[in-house]
Design a protein around this ligand. Structure first.
Ligand code: LIP
Length: 263
């Protein structure tokens, strides 16, 4: 896909941050056995990746606003546009040397995500989409799965770490969904969970208690691949509620019904 100048800028920034993270990831694998562990090292890797992305994006588009997991929110002279960035989604996987993490970069215009990039640098899988132009992984066009029956479907979710308040609701979700589907996966990176719905690897995904930067880029991947996204509680704003449902054309509504009854 011949993307816009902004999409090409996002891809350049994601790849540059990805190169830095792959180098750090090799070091993390060595640090697993160290007494102190890789915690501080991963925090530095996370912050360095966001620094790289911010330098690229705000250097080229200084008037755009910013929302990044590590550096927070900054207004821009252009009140209609902002970058939404998670420099390292799947941080816990990265920390434990598990090669399932991604750089996530989204561009929001007047409150709507209009472009997204999710870069799985460990597997060299670059997911990207622009509003109205389709979704792609590397050079391949993405389409959500065509599965129509819940009992054949595999879904993904995230179970919040620690004692977060959303754990009881998530356990209720699992109790209702697992008996009527083919399985649920929890791989620890929302951006890749959404990318996998867009690529047809998962038939749907939901999660409670995540942030805008975890999901912003993945949302447009799913929509541009022919899927649907929405809040867990009908009528709520996805970013504000932090609770999202995504699915293919046939199973999005059945998944919403089950999760919204549980909610
Ligand atoms: C993670 C999400 C994941 C969720 C984790 C965490 P992070 O984001 O991608 O889906 O289950 O609790 O929020 O912290 O790795 O950027």
């Amino acid at each position: 896909m011949q993307g816009s100048a902004n999409l090409n800028l996002m891809i350049k920034a994601a790849r540059k941050a990805g190169r830095s993270l792959v180098k750090d990831f090799r070091e993390v694998e060595n640090l697993q056995v160290s007494a102190k562990g890789p915690g501080d090292f991963v925090s530095k890797a996370d912050r360095e990746a966001e620094r790289i992305i911010k330098e690229e994006l705000r250097g080229a588009r200084p008037s755009y606003g910013w929302l990044g997991e590590e550096t927070g929110a900054e207004d821009g002279e252009d009140p209609t546009r902002r970058w939404i960035v998670d420099p390292l989604d799947g941080t816990t996987n990265f920390l434990h040397g598990l090669p399932h993490w991604a750089v996530s970069i989204a561009l929001e215009h007047k409150g709507e995500v209009v472009a997204g990039v999710v870069f799985d640098a460990a597997k060299d899988e670059l997911y990207y989409a622009e509003k109205g132009l389709g979704a792609f992984m590397n050079e391949s066009r993405l389409r959500v799965s065509g599965r129509r029956h819940m009992i054949e479907a595999i879904f993904a979710t995230g179970v919040p770490f620690g004692g977060r308040s959303t754990l009881p609701a998530t356990l209720q979700d699992l109790a209702r969904l697992m008996p009527v589907c083919a399985g649920v996966r929890r791989w620890g990176a929302a951006a890749l969970d959404l990318a996998y719905v867009a690529s047809g690897r998962y038939d749907g995904y939901w999660e409670r208690g995540i942030n805008a930067w975890d999901m912003a880029a993945g949302l447009i991947l799913v929509k541009e691949a022919g899927g649907f996204v929405g809040p867990v509680r009908e009528g709520r704003d996805i970013f504000e509620s932090g609770a999202v449902i995504a699915g293919n054309a046939e199973l999005y509504e059945p998944l919403c019904k089950i999760l919204r009854e549980a909610a």
